[in-house]
Design a protein around this ligand. Structure first.
Ligand code: RIB
Length: 315
């Protein structure tokens, strides 16, 4: 493997309010603090991989507003290839108002904005560069047709693909994603997409297995403080969690996927890469924000070796 990763995905402007409690309907309450940052599931995954040293190509649409250029500059500041990050004329940037509770749990609203304009034609335009990649990361903050086209492109050119079906939608046609190399939902997304219960780990395994039975090769379910579950056609492996006290869980699932992608294209070892990803995601929830909470390779390795690193939280 050359170790090159492409993200065909979203970017958002995160508007994060840290609340003492959620407001009730019709109620106004005061919150202690607010932060704005670069986010979006695609962008977060790209930045996590790049911070760990991966060579990353981004295919994305930014808004034609005051945030658009800043988002492109942000990608470039991490060494991400932005030649296929373009502006959607007349469209706002994607934005994500987020509330984070004292427990670290978050509630997120997304407005897709320019991300809704990332179309299959953008994959064709980036085709020659995408062909140089080992793995294409996909999420569901862009049109489904673009996701299907990217999976088809990967199949045609022998490039592995990973789909994180977030945010989950019942409009996702499972028949059109069967060729994805890695399907990575959390429990909630798994429940919505399979219609099966996910209360226990045994139920989660059964729901994941219903997908492998349909033909999806590898399902990786992120289970928050319970770690992750790797389910293939032939085996199930639990990725063990190590407890941390979360400060802000926003973007932890993206940290998990971006870091898994980085380690996987480096080593080709799925289980070892998942173990590293669980540790990386756990480390990320101990700080506020999304991309700014992600460690660089040096920071992550230093924290692991001095024992301050956590192991195993992914949401
Ligand atoms: O996964 C976290 C991300 O979800 C946030 O950065 C927000 O932008 C939404 O896309």
């Amino acid at each position: 493997m050359t170790g090159r990763i492409a993200v065909v995905g979203s970017n958002m402007v995160d508007l994060i309010t840290y609340v003492t409690r959620m407001p009730a309907k019709g109620e106004t309450i005061e919150a202690p603090s607010f932060e704005m940052g670069c986010g979006g599931k695609g962008a977060n995954q790209a930045v996590a991989a790049a911070k760990l040293g991966a060579d990353v190509l981004m295919v994305s649409k930014v808004g034609d507003d005051m945030f658009g250029d800043n988002t492109t500059r942000n990608f470039a500041s991490f060494g991400i290839d932005t030649r296929h990050v373009s502006k959607a004329a007349g469209k706002s940037s994607g934005v994500a108002p987020i509330m984070v509770e004292p427990s670290g749990e978050n509630s997120i609203l997304i407005v897709k904005g320019a991300n809704a304009d990332l179309l299959p034609v953008d994959i064709e335009r980036a085709a020659e560069d995408l062909k140089t990649c080992d793995l294409i990361l996909l999420q569901l903050e862009i049109p489904l047709e673009t996701v299907y086209a990217a999976i088809e492109f990967g199949k045609r050119h022998g490039i592995k693909t990973l789909l994180n079906p977030a945010p989950a939608t019942s409009a996702l046609d499972l028949r059109r994603i069967l060729h994805v190399s890695f399907f990575v939902p959390n429990e909630t997304e798994l429940a919505l997409l399979t219609g099966l219960p996910v209360g226990t780990v045994a139920e989660i395994e059964a729901a994941a297995r219903s997908l492998t039975a349909k033909g999806i090769g590898t399902v990786i379910v992120t289970m928050g403080e319970r770690g992750a579950l790797l389910v293939t056609q032939t085996e199930t492996t639990a990725i063990e969690p190590v407890r941390v006290t979360p400060v802000d869980t926003t973007g932890a699932g993206d940290a998990f996927i971006g870091s898994f992608a980085c380690y996987y294209v480096e080593t080709g070892d799925v289980k070892a890469s998942l173990d590293r990803a669980a540790r990386y995601a756990a480390d990320s929830v101990t700080r506020r924000g999304t991309q700014k909470a992600y460690a660089t390779r040096e920071q992550f390795e230093a924290r692991q070796s001095d024992g301050s690193g956590a192991g195993g939280f992914s949401r």
